[in-house]
Write a protein that binds this ligand. Structure first.
Ligand code: PGA
Length: 247
């Protein structure tokens, strides 16, 4: 089976206003047609404007979260269908900041992933252990458990990706060693094969957590690493491009 096309996705988190669309345009203007898919996930308020600004370029626009229902009395929430209507093509679900800050369980993450597929979009399903769990020797068990619990059957034969993001590596400048990353990505791949058979080879498994231009090449060339989910370094076009060029 040929390796999945790598995906480099930028997660802007709660950063950016209309003026920041210039950074996304700068990324789009510099893409040199290499074998990589590039996405930027801005705050929901920017999705429509960014989709319009990037129309006809190779940069996809994504969202950072969605509700599991299509519509209804859910004050403040946004559905996957609404994100699709605004121009999003991908949706991050289960980011550790959502799991920790909003008590999102594997079961809820699976419902959100199902909603993303229902809307015809592509989920990026995030998993990752805390430092305490890694220190207790439970990282593999925790992460493979999250993968089993967060992936609905509906993903079968649909485009999606996983993102392994150790919680302790996010925004800290710390990263696991390359053998630790490879061990985890291989374990995730094994669960995907178990759940989806040969189709479990298709989704790229992204690494996320303090990916920067200077560590990107090593991480992106590690076994079973199919791209990156990038937070802080996706906010500046030059840094994000440095990571994209490392593929
Ligand atoms: P970071 O964030 O690159 O700033 O560590 C990654 C993420 O939270 O997706």
């Amino acid at each position: 089976m040929t390796a999945p096309t790598p995906l480099i996705a930028g997660n802007w988190k709660m950063n950016g206003t209309g003026a920041s669309i210039a950074e996304a345009r700068a990324v789009a203007a510099q893409l040199d047609g290499r074998h990589v898919r590039v996405a930027i996930c801005p705050p929901a308020t920017l999705i429509q404007r960014m989709s319009e600004a990037l129309a006809g370029t190779a940069v996809l626009v994504g969202a950072q979260d969605c509700h599991s229902e299509e519509s209804g009395a859910f004050t403040g929430d946004v559905s996957a269908e609404m994100l699709a209507d605004a121009g999003a093509r991908l949706v991050i679900v289960g980011h550790s900041e959502r799991r920790a800050g909003y008590c999102e369980t594997d079961e809820l993450v699976a419902r959100k992933a199902r909603a993303v597929v229902r809307a015809g979009l592509e989920p990026i399903v995030c998993v990752g252990e805390t430092l305490a769990q890694r220190k207790a020797g439970k990282a593999l068990e925790v992460v493979t458990g999250q993968v089993r619990g967060s992936l609905p059957r509906e993903l079968d034969r649909k485009p999606y990706s996983l993102a392994y993001e150790p919680v302790w590596a996010i925004g800290t400048g710390l990263t696991p060693t390359l053998p630790e990353i490879e061990e985890m990505h291989r374990a995730i791949r094994a669960v995907l094969r178990e759940l989806f058979g040969d189709d479990g080879d298709k989704p790229p498994i992204l690494y996320g957590g303090s990916v920067k231009p200077d560590n990107a090449a090593d991480i992106l060339h590690a076994a079973e690493v199919g791209g990156a989910l990038v937070g802080g370094a996706s906010l500046k076009a030059e840094d994000f491009l440095g990571i994209i060029r490392a593929v």
